[in-house]
Design a protein around this ligand. Structure first.
Ligand SMILES: Nc1ncnc2c1ncn2[C@@H]1O[C@H](COP(=O)(O)OP(=O)(O)OP(=O)(O)O)[C@@H](O)[C@H]1O
Ligand SMILES: [Mg+2]
Length: 273
């Protein structure tokens, strides 16, 4: 489904991403963890083609998406929607328009600048807003929403792209615990209901353990752990995080701490569905 082969990115003398190899063959929620500067954002940006790789391939359906140009590259970018820590909505546009832009960005620039939307597009956007609990904000300017609401709108915009992959770069790093939970639950639900693969950079270990089917640990650009969250022992986590370990164990949305804290109940956190 998606296979990274020797993906590498250097910035001058810094190797931000160093011969990364992994494969995702079923729709799952993959958490990428690692200390600051480990290369997590660079890796997601390479996947989405926002940043070029220095070396390597990303094979999707038999094709190297890093080699695509023009329309095909844009089509890949539609297919792997990005979500950012700072939401990246257009602040002065209303929520509904922000969501519909997820669809129009792939089409005519003219049509999006004229803001010509079909009835179906409006209906689809409203249905998404309703599904993620923010329909009441549809006509407000995006800048008037709380962070948690904005991130759910950003998820709706991503869904308007009808992607197969959602790449989320620290989507909850700016949110309070309740909103962090709502956003992670939304991403988890999208994976389960729509079979969309979610690749999510995360700051805290407990979030990765709670919501992810698989965790990839990066250190200095390399993958140093790739496996089930259950296999991520505290010792392994310390190897991934090094000196930043204690920070990673804190501020988690389940408030468990390192050591003998019980492992969060993933099923209970995400709700049965
Ligand atoms: N545009 C750039 N120019 C030069 N160096 C860069 C650039 N982008 C990233 N780097 C470097 O690449 C390395 C990886 O950065 P990256 O942002 O991917 O890390 P990260 O794991 O996302 O960190 P954080 O948790 O702080 O977001 C860092 O050393 C960073 O300074
Ligand atoms: Mg980052």
């Amino acid at each position: 489904m998606l296979q990274l082969r020797d993906v590498t990115k250097t910035f001058g003398t810094v190797t931000a991403v160093n011969t990364v190899n992994f494969e995702i063959d079923t729709p799952q929620v993959v958490g990428i963890i690692g200390r600051s500067g480990a290369g997590k954002s660079t890796l997601l940006r390479i996947m989405n083609r926002m940043t070029g790789a220095t070396n390597g391939q990303i094979i999707v359906n038999g094709e190297d998406v890093l080699a695509l140009r023009g329309r095909e590259k844009m089509e890949w970018q539609r297919n792997c929607a990005m979500i950012f820590q700072q939401f990246n909505l257009v602040p002065r546009l209303d929520v509904l328009t922000n969501v519909i832009l997820g669809r129009l960005n792939q089409q005519s620039v003219l049509r999006s600048s004229l803001r010509f939307f079909s009835k179906e597009e409006r209906h689809e956007a409203l249905t998404l807003l309703d599904r993620f609990g923010v329909a009441a904000t549809a006509l407000q300017r995006a800048e008037t929403l709380s962070g948690g609401q904005q991130q759910r709108v950003a998820i709706c915009r991503a869904m308007m792209q009808q992607p197969s992959f959602i790449l989320a770069d620290e989507p909850i790093a700016s949110l309070d615990p309740l909103n962090a939970r709502l956003v992670m639950e939304a991403l988890h639900r999208i994976n389960r209901d729509e079979k969309i693969t979610v690749v999510c950079n995360l700051h805290t270990l407990d979030t990765a353990r709670t919501y992810c089917d698989r965790v990839i640990g990066m250190r200095a650009g390399r993958v140093v752990f790739d496996g089930l969250p259950e296999l991520l022992t505290d010792q392994t986590a310390r190897e991934i995080y090094g000196a930043e370990a204690d920070e990673a164990f804190e501020g988690s949305i389940t408030s468990t701490s390192l050591g003998n804290a019980p492992k969060p109940d993933r099923a209970a956190m995400v709700g049965a569905h």
